[in-house]
Design a protein. Structure first.
Length: 103
């Protein structure tokens, strides 16, 4: 029988978080955006157009799907990288997450 080991995650690599989640959410965003462009769904609401005025000129289509995917990936990557930075800070103060793994 394999023995359980307790490990503590004290630090996460912010660049790997950015790359992994940025790429993952970029692909998800492209699928959502291109799916929306096939059915001619306008992805730009009035609230988004107020914050990003250049987005008001983007109409449903392939270009809108690509822009949506890129923005979705970048926003997820930046948000989760900030979360990873906060995790590293608080893990240094209080200790990291403890996980059990089989050897």
């Amino acid at each position: 029988m394999k023995e359980l080991k307790m490990l503590e995650v004290r630090r996460v690599d912010i660049v790997s978080i950015f790359r992994f989640f940025g790429g993952t959410f970029l692909l998800i965003g492209l699928v959502i955006g291109l799916f929306g462009s096939i059915f001619r769904i306008d992805i730009v609401s009035l609230e988004i157009a107020r914050v990003f005025p250049f987005m008001a000129r983007i109409r449903p289509g392939i270009f809108a799907g690509i822009v949506f995917g890129i923005l979705y990936g970048l926003s997820a990557a930046l948000g989760l990288s900030i979360f990873a930075l906060l995790y590293n800070f608080f893990a240094a103060l209080f200790g990291g997450l403890k996980v059990e793994i089989k050897d």
